[in-house]
Design a protein around this ligand. Structure first.
Ligand SMILES: Nc1ncnc2c1ncn2[C@@H]1O[C@H](COP(=O)(O)OP(=O)(O)OP(=O)(O)O)[C@@H](O)[C@H]1O
Ligand SMILES: [Mg+2]
Length: 334
């Protein structure tokens, strides 16, 4: 994919807050990223870093109140998704942008057959009649590798294993040939073998269907295997962003470097000890006015407590929000 290709999705300065009794929680703070046609963008970060809230904000999926998408632009198909009316947004969501969340709101409904649930978006968004939708639903189940698809369409979700249910979720997300698929931790609840199968399936489908994918995970190991580019989030901000090999070979942000150390490696017969990052990510009760990682950082200095670092371009499509220059080993001179 050429670097200059127009993004399919362009998110600028997205800001989301939650109004709570204790005050406003600033969950997403000026998040900007683009997704290019056909690429897989991995999003990583600890629990609470704002990965899900970012994606739900741009799809208009957060209940308001308590959520308030306070600013930004989300350009998709020539319009700003934050400004379109609810009907228009519904026609994008689930059709042109498919999503798989592990959220009860979007999981399978126990009282309808799997076939019904795959046919629903096909009838609603693609205008297919019942017979056409049934044929397409069967093709979709076959596409995601469910054997005996014609018969399984008549089964209910509880008759499927966890891995198979996840495949059904993928089939639903893919039903309307989306240009973009957003997958939020789609494999964390599954055992390792099934996770590997689903990842293989995603790789295969992506090359077959040519859609762009946003893949959210805690697991940098997963990212290494499937992503083209990676965005690292911390305290509702993008702290580092780079092509995948560049990120692994040349991590710039102290948080990314710490995350990379948490990947278990196999040394000899034994897995090496897992390093965890000490301390907790902060809950942001105000917009960031200093580096949010400074208390856990081993290279922080005065300036980190005085200003919030912007995303510095370090070349090779790589940027990092840190006042310390990992390449020179000294604070940036700006
Ligand atoms: N309803 C809510 N009210 C108040 N704060 C919320 C609410 N929902 C989310 N948040 C806050 O928003 C921040 C980002 O949450 P988010 O769910 O996006 O994290 P995440 O990166 O997806 O984490 P995980 O890896 O655990 O899924 C967290 O600090 C969380 O406490
Ligand atoms: Mg999440």
């Amino acid at each position: 994919m050429p670097d200059g290709a127009l993004p399919v999705l362009d998110v600028r300065d997205l800001k989301t807050v939650f109004k709570t009794r204790g005050g406003e929680v600033h969950a997403v703070n000026d998040v900007s990223f683009e997704l290019r046609p056909g690429e897989l963008l991995g999003v990583v970060g600890e629990s609470g870093s704002g990965k899900s809230v970012t994606m739900m904000s741009l799809l208009g999926l957060l209940p308001s109140p308590p959520a308030n998408v306070r600013g930004g632009q989300v350009t998709f198909d020539g319009r700003d998704l934050l400004k379109v009316n609810p009907d228009e947004l519904r026609s994008v969501r689930g059709a042109k942008i498919g999503f798989i969340f592990q959220d009860p709101m979007t999981s399978l409904n126990p009282v309808f057959t799997v076939g019904n649930q795959i046919m629903e978006p096909l009838r609603k968004h693609m205008g297919l009649n019942k017979r056409e939708a049934a044929v397409r639903a069967q093709e979709l189940l076959e596409l995601v590798g469910i054997p005996d698809a014609a018969r399984r369409l008549l089964d209910y979700p509880h008759q499927f294993s966890g891995g198979m249910r996840q495949r059904v979720m993928i089939a639903i997300a893919l039903a309307c040939d989306p240009q973009v698929l957003i997958a939020d931790e789609p494999t964390t609840a599954l055992d390792v073998t099934i996770q590997a199968q689903i990842l293989e399936l995603m790789k295969e489908l992506r090359s077959k269907l040519g859609m762009a994918v946003i893949w959210i995970t805690h697991d940098l190991g997963v990212i290494a295997g499937i992503a083209d580019r990676v965005m690292v989030m911390y305290a509702g901000q993008v702290v580092e962003h780079a092509p995948v090999e560049e990120l692994f070979q040349n991590p710039q942000h102290p948080y990314t470097r710490a995350l990379l150390k948490t990947i278990p490696t196999i040394s000899g017969e034994r897995a090496a000890r897992l390093t965890i990052i000490e301390g907790q990510p902060p809950i942001m009760m105000a917009p960031p006015n200093a580096c949010a990682f400074r208390d856990r950082c081993d290279v922080a200095f005065e300036r980190c407590a005085q200003e919030n670092p912007p995303r510095y371009d370090v070349g090779h499509g790589h940027d990092a929000a840190c006042f310390f220059d990992a390449r020179t080993g000294v604070p940036r001179d700006v």
